[in-house]
Write a protein that binds this ligand. Sequence first.
Ligand SMILES: NC(=O)c1ccc[n+]([C@@H]2O[C@H](COP(=O)([O-])OP(=O)(O)OC[C@H]3O[C@@H](n4cnc5c(N)ncnc54)[C@H](O)[C@@H]3O)[C@@H](O)[C@H]2O)c1
Length: 383
Amino acid sequence: MTRRTIGIAMNGVTGRMGYRQHLLRSILAIRADGGIDLGGGEVLWPEPILVGRDEHRVRAIAERHGLERWTTSLDDALADPLTEVYFDAQVTPAREKALRAAIAAGKHVYTEKPTAESLDGALELARLARDAGVRTGAVQDKLFLPGLLKLKRLVDSGFFGRILSVRGEFGYWVFEGDWQSAQRPSWNYRAEDGGGMILDMFPHWRYVLDEIIAPVRSVYAHSTTHIPVRHDEQGAEYRATADDAAYGIFELDGGIVAQINSSWAVRVDRDELVEFQVDGTEGSAVAGLRECRFQHRAATPKPVWNPDLPATEDFRTQWQPVPDNGEFDNGFRAQWELFLRHVVTGSPYRWDLLEGAKGVQLAELGLRSAREGRRLDVPALEL
Ligand SMILES: NC(=O)c1ccc[n+]([C@@H]2O[C@H](COP(=O)([O-])OP(=O)(O)OC[C@H]3O[C@@H](n4cnc5c(N)ncnc54)[C@H](O)[C@@H]3O)[C@@H](O)[C@H]2O)c1
């Protein structure tokens, strides 16, 4: 086996996503498994170069995992000849500037979503990357979740007949931070720091709907801040200036109506933290992060509305699980492997910065729709 090393400057690895999903569960997990087999006796070996603002914290992570390369200077990381890929999992407002620097340095870039805070910024990044001839990727992890892969399998099989509607329910209670600490960083609840439900989740809903169901053609969003005062990591009270819930209606190609509730102020009475119900003429399915269950037309019960009687049927037992029929990797890792292969072999890869910009577009239109109280078309994007 010959080893082909690829240096990846990883920025934001002290954060929740950067550390757990991208460093631990993706890059270090790939290394623990011996790298990525490229075929022909060649193996791709990712070599992370940790980048962060706080020397103490970055060094601690490097030492914990036996990594030799780390720096507090993005410029140094980009100037390192080993660096071929720049990865960004920083807070959202810090992203665009760093991606621009990486592209200008001729690096391939892979980034968390949203790729930028504005559509103009996201499109400009995609243009710069195209002109620089570098390869790009935007994280679209939900596409690689077992539950959604099974849902996609059902769609591809024609199981649904004509798809009529999608109902998505996402969310859980995020503690206010006073009597119990919040389980998400406080910047998520401050608009001035890049927070807010629409900016966070509409980029996900864009690619989930576009890729699994049908392209999104319009959006109507109602957003609100249910919890106006929270407490930060230091226990200090702050005003939550960002939306913590968004109620969205999306029209898709073919007249499909998707309605997705996203809320950090809701208590969970579901099997999973996100669930999508898809109803079609031939059958329906409910998909979560891991599981997906379906009900065929022929197995559909015929309930009769009668409020005088208790429910006569146990509706939730009338669904069947979609079998795994295979093993599912961590979704972040699966996408990393595809991207790194794409960088070194040119293999097909379609979740690039233009696809990432579509997510930013839906978020921007969602925010405008909520502000103006009206439905907005989602025009096609071009570079
Ligand atoms: N794909 C997903 O499912 C998913 C889930 C959560 C978050 N995210 C995205 O990942 C990114 C990080 O989110 P997180 O929850 O890990 O946040 P986090 O607060 O845990 O981590 C943020 C990282 O950015 C760094 N940082 C903080 N302030 C900074 C500043 N002013 N300038 C530069 N760097 C700064 C921190 O040191 C840390 O490394 C966000 O853009 C978010 O939208 C994606």
